[in-house]
Design a protein around this ligand. Sequence first.
Ligand code: PXG
Length: 293
Amino acid sequence: MGLWIYLNGRYVPEEEARISVFDHGFLYGDGVFEGIRAYRGRVFKLEEHLQRLYASAKAIALKIPLSKEEMKEKVLETLRKNRLKDAYIRLVVSRGKGDLGLDPLKCPHPEVIIIAHRISIYPEELYQKGMEVVIVSTRRNIPSALDPSIKSLNYLNNILAKIEANSKGVPEAIMLNNDGYVAECTGDNIFIVKDGTLITPPVWVGILRGITRDVVIHLAQEEKIPVREEVFTPAELYASDECFLTGTAAEIVPVTRVDGRVIGKGEIGEVTKKLMGKFRQLAHSEGTPIYES
Ligand code: PXG
């Protein structure tokens, strides 16, 4: 059985879910999106994801034609329509159909798409043994040109970094900001542990403020693990005791090798292990119910 896709107020079978070749999301990457997870019949951090979506839209002067409350109901309805309990939800709002020019004023009707799908994640082995990553030469977009805190449909910067990771045979790429400080990965935020303190780059270095990142900071505070949002260099990353990546799809993935340097003891560290456990517990126990409300 195929999927039902929410497309501008209607549910259509995936084969019929089509957008115009004049859509500016397609022509120019002009739009915003979110990736959200549902675990065991509950949507994790739905409010936070919707807030970020509306904030991203506002930043690019895109008016979403639904209220946040309506959007929330549509997300839940899409999950129900597809009988999903564990899912990855992709919410896309594009500028909509215009002419071949850039001008967003020529696009009066933004396009809203919700896709809910079974998730595909990294292989379980990576969560037990840790991942190898590399620092790539593609720098993260500078905030004064295109702020990475906007989750826009324009992901070419990240894709160029991913191509470099692919060519090195690793699953993720670490990107530096234009000053050479560690920023984030192509679709994940980054944390290191040094002498018992958890450190993650501050949003102002030019990163997406990940929902998972916020959850992890909060969990660490609850566990009385000292947390600092602070810039760090590749050398400090190489010399860290532990490293992990966070993202909606990835959750918390331990990193045990960066550019051929073994991180810490080359196994999953204690702080990482503790936070992975706490995160799973939280994701499996709270969220917006899909089926009773
Ligand atoms: N940084 C960037 C650049 C992202 O795109 C994250 C960090 C993590 O944020 P959350 O809120 O999910 O904790 C993201 C989000 C994929 C994929 O297929 C991942 C994202 C976006 C699009 C695709 O892995 N990640």
